[in-house]
Design a protein around this ligand. Structure first.
Ligand code: ASP
Length: 353
């Protein structure tokens, strides 16, 4: 177990307290100022990822290899329809995946976007980082690169996702030539709360802090359901869907990517932590900025609040962690102190208000 610089930690805590902002969800350190093993955080669909990543780091794996192995479990799982294989497709019925990775110790990053046919875009993002002089490859170029590295091609569209897409397509309009099997049961095809069509956001982001102080992170997604082909969200964009600074901490995002991109969400969270703000408050800071910068009427409810959700997740170099969302009810996964669990996100607005 590594000993942290307790004086640095206390001074950063004092700055936060002075700013009136220190309300950490938890501290991943004990009273001696030591990290009790690796700490990993993830979106709520990432309990298997945090468990795997922590296990691998305990066995001596590199932090980036560990988080990628963690999210690979979810990328390869057809039951998670927001990530990798089995993800909901674009409006043409084709699954296009986005991912990025950051390796704290080397300050290296890699990303792929609108990648087809490969179950694990996070691995391709890592290869872009390790085996090219670039940071991001997209579309056909990313697929050719993945092929060159021997990644296996698969049709990513599962039957369940195809059927969801078909229902969405058939219910889009009653003046086109696509006719649904039944005219009943589907209302607003864009609302997952009022229909049984999975029109969803969904993503996995996972970051880890090793006892030796090394940090890494990954974000991977099939993006917004039924998106325009070629649409790229925040998940593959360094600074938006993910940011890691080995001296400060890591942050990731899920939810409406367009909103996250416009405030450089994960970078905003890490920079707030750099100024001594706790991870949870840093996430809330970014969430508030999204609220303040959402000016377009179609993105606001009648009461003026955003009609979408975003969640930000953060892990600081000193072992604190937290998450925040626009709307209440959000959870995040954390493995800390030997316990893998879901915790509540802080939030801006009560969901039922
Ligand atoms: N952020 C992802 C995107 O906009 C989707 C999500 O996290 O739900 O592509």
């Amino acid at each position: 177990m590594a000993t942290l610089n307790r004086r640095d930690f206390i001074s950063s805590a004092a700055v936060s307290a002075a700013l009136g902002t220190l309300t950490p969800t938890s501290f991943g350190i004990d009273e001696e100022g030591t990290i009790d093993g690796p700490i990993a955080i993830s979106s709520a669909n990432g309990l298997r990822a945090t468990a795997k990543a922590v296990d691998l780091v305990k066995q001596g794996a590199d932090t980036l290899d560990a988080v990628i192995a963690g999210v690979n479990i979810v990328e390869e799982d057809p039951e998670d329809m927001s990530v990798g294989y089995g993800g909901i497709p674009n409006e043409d019925g084709i699954v296009e995946l986005d991912s990025c990775v950051m390796h704290g110790p080397t300050c290296e990053a890699g990303a792929v976007a609108a990648l087809r046919n490969i179950k694990t875009p996070s691995r391709v993002a890592q290869l872009v980082m390790q085996r090219t002089d670039h940071v991001m490859l997209v579309g056909e170029g990313a697929l050719r690169f993945a092929r060159a590295h021997g990644l296996k091609e698969t049709n990513l569209l599962t039957d369940k996702a195809r059927q969801a897409w078909l229902r969405w397509k058939e219910n889009l309009s009653d003046t086109d030539d696509w006719v649904p099997a039944s005219q009943s049961g589907f209302g607003d095809a864009r609302s997952d709360a009022t229909t049984n069509i999975p029109f969803t956001y969904g993503t996995i982001t996972c970051s880890i802090l090793a006892p030796n102080g090394q940090m890494s992170g990954v974000t991977t997604t099939s993006g917004l359901s039924y998106k325009i082909p070629g649409r790229i969200g925040d998940s593959p964009i360094i600074g938006a869907g993910l940011f890691v600074d080995n001296e400060v901490g890591a942050a990731g995002a899920t939810g409406r990517g367009e909103a996250v991109i416009k405030i450089c969400g994960s970078h905003t969270v890490v920079e707030a932590m750099r100024h001594g703000i706790s991870p949870q408050q840093a996430c809330l800071h970014a969430i508030k900025r999204i609220d303040q910068t959402t000016k377009i009427a179609r993105l606001r409810r009648k009461d003026g609040r955003p009609n979408f959700d975003v969640k930000m997740y953060a892990l600081s170099k000193d072992g604190r962690f937290g998450a925040a969302s626009i709307w209440s009810g959000g959870k995040f996964a954390v493995y800390e102190g030997g316990r893998n669990r879901l915790e509540d996100c802080a939030f801006l607005y009560e969901r039922n208000s």
